[in-house]
Structures are given as structure tokens and as C-alpha cells.
Design a protein around this ligand. Sequence first.
Ligand code: ASP
Length: 316
Amino acid sequence: MKDSNNKTLFKLLIHGGAGAILRDKLTPEREQAFRQILTEALLAGYTILAAKGSSVDAVVAAITFLEDSPLFNAGKGAVFNHEGHIELDASIMDGATRMAGAVAAVTTIRNPICAAHKVMTQSPYVMLIGHGAEVYAAEQNLELVDPTYFYTQHRWDQLKKAIAKEKILLDHDAESDEKYGTVGAVALDCYGNLAAGTSTGGLTNKRYGRIGDSPIIGAGTYADNRSIAVSATGSGEMFIRTAAAFNTAAYVRMKQIPLTEAVERTLEEITAIGGAGGLIALDTKGNYAMQFNTSGMYRGMIDNNGVAWTGIFADN
Ligand code: ASP
């Protein structure tokens, strides 16, 4: 596919979670820090796409970068569960083959998105959880870390606050002062192939082995060259109940609804059942959407022109 200047088209979109992100609550320094990391994650993916790498590899590169940043609720900097532990979830899907991989409730895999990628490409399975997923990651020579690697003070404080209020802190909660969520990416490569991936620590103060939408194919992540690639962030239960990522792709493929409208319709369904969050979506022609029903969503976009764009608030 060529762009309007007859150059080979490729594109990458990322998100770093949606929530009540208000301009007057975010200091200029913190805003700058978020934009900087988003830009670097975009460039990590761009480098791969510009070298004719695959959309799958670009998604892994961008998400790995965000997982390594303490600013986002994925990998290092993930939120704590009720017991004071960090349990990570991630998934990835290849739009060309509709192969998919996911891990859930892992505690020692430094980059859960890499484990999801190995599950997709090296195993006959789609989803591995807990200890078994960690054994598999070790067999695949992925880096395992002591759980303390993931800990950050602000997430710990956030847990203490949530326990004091005894509530499960939906990252999208209007009252929450820490809303940075899940990270995700969707990419289109120079071969016209789509991919999507998502990685998260889930919800602060989550209990009983709770898993959200992020590692569930069709809920938090979906990619199909016949329609679109989607990654979601938000109140996971509602995204599971609406099969949000698949639902959006299905509108495009089966009802020929334009991508932006498909994303809007899914968000309406999520809103109708009390859900909050956002979706990023991309098709093989490079059409895309980044929408949310919260006040903000950390997000960014880069294409074959190499100029990184980032947004946080509704008006950028
Ligand atoms: N969707 C994630 C979950 O429910 C959380 C988030 O996006 O912030 O686990």
C-alpha cells in the first residue's frame, strides 16, 4: 500500500491507558515525561517498520519499551493486587494468520508481551497462566526477574489508599488520582499486515486471581487483515462483556461499517453498561481511530514519514 506521496505506507499507534487525566492535575514535568516515553516507544516500533520488519515485531518493540518504563501500568510500574503482589497480563495477535498468544497472572516475566509472542509463535497454545507460563518463558530463554523489580513507590501508595477506602481502583475512576493504565499497540507493516498487542498489571487492589480484558483475545486485543487491529484499555470487565476488540473488528468486516464509526459503536456499548476506557484501531489502508470515553488517554502515532505524534487529553 502506498501513501499519498507514493511512499510505502506503514503505521504504528500506541496507548498508555485511559482515565480521568486532567490538565490541571498533571504537572508540565510529568506531562513531558509521558510524551517523551510515548515518543521513544513509537520510534522503537518505527525503526522496525522502516527496516521492513513485521507489524508483530513493531508491536512487541513498542510495548516492551512501555513495559520497561515505570510510568505505565505494565511491566515495571504495574499496579499491586490486594495482597501486595504484582500480576501481569499480556496478549498479541497477528492479523495475517490470526495466530495469537497470551499470558496472564505472571509475576516474574520481565516483559510479558515477549512471553505472549513466544506463546503465539513457538507453542501450540494461545493462553498460558501463572506458574506454567513462567516455566514456559524460562524454557524460551526470556528474562525472569525477582518480583521486586516491578515495584514502584507510587503504585504501593496507590494500593494503600485503595485499601484504606476498600475499593478496587479502576484506573478509570473519576476519583482516582492515578489513572495510568494498560499499554497497547497496533501496527501496519509495509507488507500490508496488521498486528495488535496489549499489556497490563490490571487493576489496583484486584483480588482472587482476577484477570481483565487485556490478555483475552477478542476483548482487549484483536487483529485480522480482513478488517482491523485493535487494542483496548479500560474497565476490563465491560470490555470482556462486550467482546470489545472483536466486536469492533466484526462491525468492519461483517457490516462494512467505517473504522471510526465501528470504534464509536463499541464505545457506546461499553458506556451503556457502565464501562470506561478507550480503543485504538488501524486498518490495512492506514485508516485509524484513537477514541475514549474518559477525559484522557495516553496515546501516540507514527507512520512512514517518521514524525511521532502524541496525545494525552481530549484536545491533545
Ligand atoms: N483493561 C485493564 C484491565 O481491566 C486495565 C486498564 O486498561 O487500565 O485489566
